[in-house]
Write a protein that binds this ligand. Structure first.
Ligand SMILES: [Zn+2]
Length: 276
């Protein structure tokens, strides 16, 4: 029996598993297994498709409240939120979401201030005096449209917002890694923050995008957990930074359509497109 069966059977898929797969072939990744970065790199080099599957979109981790608090702290440290800006939520189950409270500073939250709601946004035994985020309808719209999304993060990214006000979009392909990890980043029409207009603004975009800029307001990103969604938020602001620098420099061409097509093919092969 081969020491490296073509279908990996461990929860961690390593480089050796990928090397045991014929070039140009396909490797079925066990449910919810982790693929090491080196394994991904080797798969890319050998033109091997990694077929990954995630089970439950609901997160089962015990310290999920701690993860949400940590992401709030990171967003504040990075200047993505000020005062009571921003919100974070996680899908706990078929009819349960855990969300940050309205009106609190997300950089200094306590785990016991988070609020569980049903899929209509109704709080379940909330801490006294606290209500779920006013952007709950936008989060719930995403969970309804994207069964595989388990976390949603919203922040007021300064550069992305400034560019959206200036009419500069982030969907031009300048950075190969941004094309692979995020794909095109659309910008919504203007909508009043915390209103149902935000649901309308993202409704036709969120099915195909993991990161969206909300014009004059901020951005919303999704992921398999709060940190995954947070990393996309960082990537959006990083791209906004580069786009601003290019504008200041007054030069710099986007990638060609052929280059973009190759990168989008890589994105598809790496399983990084929006999981529905
Ligand atoms: Zn907001």
């Amino acid at each position: 029996m081969s020491p490296h069966p073509p279908t990996a059977s461990r929860r961690l898929v390593a480089e050796t598993d990928v090397r045991a797969t014929p070039r140009g072939g396909r490797l079925d990744i066990p449910q919810d297994a982790l693929v090491t970065p080196l394994a991904r790199q080797v798969a890319l080099e050998r033109n091997i498709t990694l077929r990954e599957r995630r089970t439950a979109p609901a997160l089962q981790r015990t310290d999920i409240r701690g993860e949400i608090v940590r992401v709030g702290q990171l967003m504040h440290q990075k200047g993505f939120i000020v005062a009571s800006d921003g919100n974070i939520s996680v899908r706990l189950g078929a009819d349960r979401v855990l969300a940050t409270p309205s009106g609190r500073h997300k950089g200094f939250l306590r785990p016991d201030e988070l609020i569980t709601t049903d899929m209509d946004g109704r709080p379940i035994n909330p801490p006294p005096g606290l209500e779920p985020t006013s952007e709950m309808p936008m989060h719930l719209e995403i969970y309804r449209q994207r069964p595989q999304v388990a976390a949603v993060v919203h922040a007021h990214l300064p550069l992305a917002v400034a560019l959206s006000i200036a009419g500069i979009r982030l969907d031009e392909p300048f950075l190969p890694e941004a094309v692979i990890t995020l794909g095109p980043i659309p910008t919504t029409e203007y909508a009043i923050p915390s209103s149902l207009e935000n649901v309308t603004a993202i409704r036709d975009l969120i099915g195909q995008h993991d990161a969206i800029v909300l014009r004059r307001h901020g951005a919303i990103t999704v992921g398999s957990d709060p940190f995954d969604a947070y990393m996309r938020m960082e990537a959006v602001e990083h791209k906004a930074h580069i786009v601003l620098l290019l504008r200041l420099l007054g030069q710099g061409e986007p990638l060609s359509s052929g280059q973009v097509a190759s990168l989008l093919e890589l994105r598809r092969r790496l399983g990084l497109g929006p999981a529905t």
